[in-house]
Design a binder for this molecule. Structure first.
Ligand SMILES: *[C@@H]1O[C@H](CO)[C@@H](O)[C@H](O)[C@H]1NC(C)=O
Ligand SMILES: *[C@@H]1O[C@H](CO)[C@@H](O)[C@H](O)[C@H]1NC(C)=O
Length: 216
């Protein structure tokens, strides 16, 4: 009698062990969706090249702005529309502009869905939950406030989040690319800006778009 019960008992233990594994897996924290509109100041490090980026994320209006101050260098505007068009320009006397067309729009608020939870780790002095999207990004979110603290692309491009103003919106008049972005080249080659904002670059990587399609 006892010998017949034993295998069943072991089987039940085995099953419940697996169920608890599944249950604990589903209890993993998930990253907070991005607020529909926010302003953030980011300190970026692109393999040793430092930038301060003003990020204006504006999902309801289908637009995303990276205003990129290169360290002791150029101020570059990277204005991205959800229809896939990006304008990358300076506002100085050089009148440089590049127009890029991406087959994808701006990042969705839920773009981190499906990321793998890696556990907790301290970053920049904040205790964070950490997720990865394979071959794309490591993303660190403050355990308590749920605000992003840091992210690192697999290319070596990292972002430290300095401010995170939920609900901040940049006025419409700032979203107008300058007239020279809309002029025909008229035979003479327009100056070209090489720097592209982090989200455009990373989308390109994520979607496997070759860099050749980035050149004008
Ligand atoms: C920027 O990143 C490089 C590695 O890519 C690192 O050596 C350097 O210390 C970083 N600079 C800053 C200011 O964090
Ligand atoms: C996308 O929208 C922007 C802003 O309205 C516009 O300038 C651009 O021409 C549009 N691109 C396409 C491909 O429709």
């Amino acid at each position: 009698m006892a010998s017949a019960v034993k295998p069943i008992f072991i089987f039940l233990v085995y099953i419940s062990f697996h169920l608890s594994l599944v249950a604990s897996k589903s209890k993993d924290p998930t990253p907070a969706a991005w607020p529909l509109q926010f302003h953030s100041i980011l300190f970026m490090n692109n393999s040793g090249t430092l930038q301060k980026v003003d990020l204006w994320y504006d999902w309801p209006n289908g637009r995303n702005f990276n205003i990129i101050q290169n360290q002791l260098g150029k101020l570059v505007y990277d204005l991205e529309w959800d229809n896939g068009t990006s304008y990358i320009y300076s506002l100085d006397s050089n009148k440089e502009c590049r127009v890029l067309h991406f087959p994808v729009g701006i990042l969705r608020p839920n773009w981190l869905d499906g990321a793998n939870y890696l556990g907790q780790q301290e970053e920049d002095g904040f205790l964070c939950n950490v997720w990865e999207k394979v071959d794309f990004i490591l993303y660190y979110e403050d355990v308590i406030t749920k605000r992003p603290v840091y992210w690192a692309f697999y290319t070596g491009y990292t972002a430290h989040v300095m401010t995170f103003e939920v609900g901040a919106v940049l006025g419409d008049s700032h979203w107008q690319a300058p007239a020279y972005c809309f002029e025909e080249a008229e035979g003479k080659r327009k100056p070209v800006i090489e720097s592209v904002g982090w989200s455009g670059q990373q989308w390109k990587l994520l979607k496997g778009i070759p860099s050749a399609s980035m050149t004008l």
